[in-house]
Design a protein around this ligand. Structure first.
Ligand SMILES: [Zn+2]
Length: 470
């Protein structure tokens, strides 16, 4: 990476775009009156409070109580929420802002470079950040955790902090990786291979001045790799992260690799164990370390749909995704002679795309063992769009066997643990006013989470429609 290239990237990110139209919406005091308030942290009947009022002052919840006894302050902006539900703002614990979700965003997986260059795709993603922030809010997602990308990821976090119409963003820098990804190196690569514990420590040291929210390892274990040597690299990374009071997030998708990651000090597994059922040893390691476990059930399906030409937007994605990104998922737009060979083969073979069975079964085992499950999409990967892909993910979690309340818990109060912010994820006095007002009961079916009439972030009130007017 050269310094000048990094600076160019930083300058390219628009800051504050879109904020001007929303600042005027701040009233200071907002009253959501007559709603059924959902408490995802509680069980059974305690999880719902019918006919409640929520009072918000500035960016905080000031009062929550029965509508009959909770006084609406004079001058408050009143949202009549009779017949509606209020939930804490959703939290996606696994996203990547350097990727858009379109076909051209991961040339290491499928190289469409003859049709759209990777450099132009990354420039488009940077220029499009204000809209990407908006699709997250329009989907009711008020916080996201970016778990790895170029050093300009930190400028994304700055831009989100400076904008009213943006989710809160936690982030880290380049993935500390077991393998290189030269296809993604434009001067500030998102993935950097390290060959030794010393190189891992050096890369952590380069990230620390940017104040990352965690450190991330891409623990790819290929046949013939020395697992013990790889584990020592992860351990060195964990020690360096922990010495700086940071958590270690690890990509480890096979049981043997995930256990090595946990032994080495991982605090956050950013994917499911996908290859075989988790065993007692895994559960014990995960419990001992009090880890976060993010299933990312849809992302592999997204790749398969998109690269076989069978990706179709859901109803929620038609309303709430960035139309530019949806247009970039139309494989028919790519001339046949410019298709990557892998894609041409998938189109010929037309594989059935099915949910990842082992991952779904492992989700229930992990949940029942009391491990903290956090909802995350891996948005930005091909076929997994920013924003409404949360509804695909939560539908799969429900299909795996979690109740809608459990899914909602993973996407709110548990997600607050990913963000390391205890003032997020619940509706209580003193918490941040990140809220979603829904038209239908989210505890009846998680699909109802996609129908918001209002989204509040730090007390600022938005409608999905105005957020999507760009
Ligand atoms: Zn990821």
């Amino acid at each position: 990476m050269t310094r000048s290239l990094t600076c160019l990237f930083l300058l390219a990110i628009p800051v504050l775009a879109g904020a001007a139209t929303t600042d005027s919406r701040t009233t200071g005091i907002v009253a959501i009156v007559g709603a059924t308030v959902v408490h995802p942290e509680l069980d059974g009947g305690s999880a719902v409070s019918p006919n409640y009022t929520v009072i918000i002052t500035g960016d905080r919840i000031q009062a929550v109580g029965p509508a009959t006894t909770t006084k609406v302050p004079h001058g408050a902006r009143v949202i009549d929420a009779h017949g509606k539900w209020v939930i804490p703002g959703l939290i996606d614990s696994h996203v990547h802002f350097f990727q858009s979700g379109n076909l051209f965003t991961r040339p290491d997986a499928a190289d469409f470079g003859r049709f759209v260059s990777y450099a132009s795709e990354v420039q488009r993603n940077q220029a499009r950040l204000p809209q990407t922030f908006r699709v997250w809010l329009a989907s009711g997602v008020t916080s996201v955790a970016d778990v790895g990308g170029p050093f300009w990821n930190f400028a994304v976090r700055d831009a989100a902090r400076a904008s009213t119409a943006a989710p809160r963003v936690a982030t880290t820098g380049p993935l500390i990786s077991m393998i290189p990804r030269p296809q993604l190196d434009l001067g500030d690569p998102p993935i950097i291979k390290v060959a030794s514990p010393g190189e891992a420590r050096a890369l952590v040291a380069r990230e620390l001045p940017h104040e990352p929210d965690y450190i991330k390892v891409w623990f790819i274990h290929e046949p013939g790799d020395d697992l013990a040597a790889q584990e020592s690299i992860v351990r060195a990374t964990a020690e360096a992260a922990h010495a700086a009071a940071l958590r270690l997030a690890v990509h480890a998708t096979e049981l043997v690799v995930a256990k090595a990651a946990l032994r080495a000090g991982a605090d956050f597994l950013v994917h499911s164990v996908q290859d075989e059922p988790v065993d007692d040893e895994f559960i014990a390691l995960a419990r001992d370390r009090h880890i976060l476990y993010c299933p990312t059930l849809f992302v592999t399906m997204g790749y398969r749909y998109a690269l076989s030409g069978t990706w179709k937007p859901t109803e929620a994605e038609q309303r709430l995704a960035d139309p530019q990104v949806l247009a970039g998922l139309h494989l028919e737009a790519v001339p046949p002679d410019q298709l990557p060979e892998r894609v041409a083969k998938l189109i010929r073979e037309h594989p059935a795309v099915t949910p990842p069975t082992v991952a779904l079964q492992n989700l229930i085992k992990v949940w029942d063992a009391g491990i903290t499950v956090v909802m995350g999409t891996d948005a930005g990967n091909i076929g997994t769009v920013h924003g409404p892909s949360v509804f695909r993910e939560m539908e799969l979690m429900q299909r795996a066997g979690l109740t809608p309340l459990q899914v909602l818990r993973s996407a709110t109060v548990n997600g607050a643990a990913t963000m390391a912010q205890s003032d997020l994820g619940t509706i209580a006095v003193g918490k941040r006013a990140d809220l979603v007002v829904l038209d239908a009961d989210p505890l009846g079916d998680v699909c109802n989470l996609s129908h918001a009439s209002f989204v509040l972030k730090d007390g600022h009130v938005f409608t999905p429609k105005e957020l999507m007017s760009f």
